[in-house]
Design a protein around this ligand. Structure first.
Ligand code: BT5
Length: 255
């Protein structure tokens, strides 16, 4: 596996770091080219959802990868990014995180980071843009998301300096991404590490929705290609490759 050498370009404001990096990738940018913006005016989540990205409140980052592993393993790119963010938040800020399949990092069951990996065709071959949004302060998201979102400042109880803390987290994140990326050709190591850090990997009662499909069941491990195994209430095993996972809390009256 090629060694990742990140090269970071900084912007004050962009519509979306993923969109700008896709443009550079289509012009032939090399693996490792990365973008950080102080704000995004049209930050994106999955399925064209919005990612709230006000100035000075979060780390808005994208990196270009040109993976050589078979494409059916590309979902593990989101996994390796989640592992790297987990390392960065732990080492640079002392924040311990849980991972919710497929792309959320949680602190105290609330989302502190979202990851958006997008595959694109470029003249130099198929590539992946990995976008990472980390909430540094509570200003990163609107108050109506406060029950589902959190920030590094809230998790640590400390005020965050946008520049100093963002740069420290970014520096550790770049190292961690390089480390985990070099393991991408060993899927079981990525899946094992991910599963060890995710309370959602096994034994969690969840609802999964993917478009019009909605299933309830208990998570029962991760496939080698990153699919989530779900034992549905009817006892059937489903392999989930896309969708949103919500934790179901057992009712207090249940035995
Ligand atoms: C994600 O999507 O979680 C992927 C977010 C990726 C953002 C990064 S920032 C750098 C790069 N450039 C981009 O344009 N994007 C990437 P998803 O799982 O679909 O979650 C989106 C949902 O999270 C929204 O519908 C909101 O409910 C919620 N949300 C929006 N902004 C949030 C925030 N700052 N913190 C927590 N939750 C948020």
């Amino acid at each position: 596996m090629a060694v990742l050498k990140p090269k970071v370009f900084r912007f004050e404001s962009l519509p979306s770091t993923n969109t700008e990096l896709a443009r550079l990738a289509s012009e032939g940018a090399a693996e490792g080219v990365s973008i950080v913006a102080d704000e995004q005016t049209a930050g994106r989540g999955r399925l064209q959802r919005a990612w709230s990205s006000p100035k000075g409140a979060g780390l808005y980052f994208s990196i270009l990868l040109r993976p050589v592993i078979p494409q059916n393993y590309w979902p593990l790119i989101t996994f390796m990014a989640a592992l790297a963010v987990g390392d960065a938040l732990s080492e640079a800020a002392g924040v311990q995180t849980d991972i919710k399949w497929p792309n959320d990092l949680l602190s105290g069951e609330r989302k502190i980071c979202g990851i958006l990996a997008e595959a694109i065709d470029t003249p130099a071959g198929r590539a992946v843009i990995v976008g990472i949004g980390i909430n540094l302060t509570q200003n990163a998201f609107p108050p109506q998301l406060a029950n589902v979102a959190t920030s590094v400042a809230e998790a640590t109880g400390q005020a965050m300096s946008h520049v100093v803390d963002r740069e420290r987290i970014l520096a550790v994140l770049l190292d961690a991404l390089s480390r985990w990326y070099s393991l991408l050709d060993e899927p079981e190591r990525i899946v094992d590490a991910w599963s060890n850090r995710s309370s959602y990997a096994i034994g969690k009662l969840v609802q999964v929705s993917n478009g019009d499909d909605v299933w309830q069941g208990t998570t029962s491990g991760i496939e080698r290609d990153g699919a989530l195994r779900l034992r549905t209430t009817s006892g059937e095993i489903k392999l989930v490759r896309a969708g949103d996972v919500y934790r179901i809390r057992a009712s207090k009256n249940e035995l």
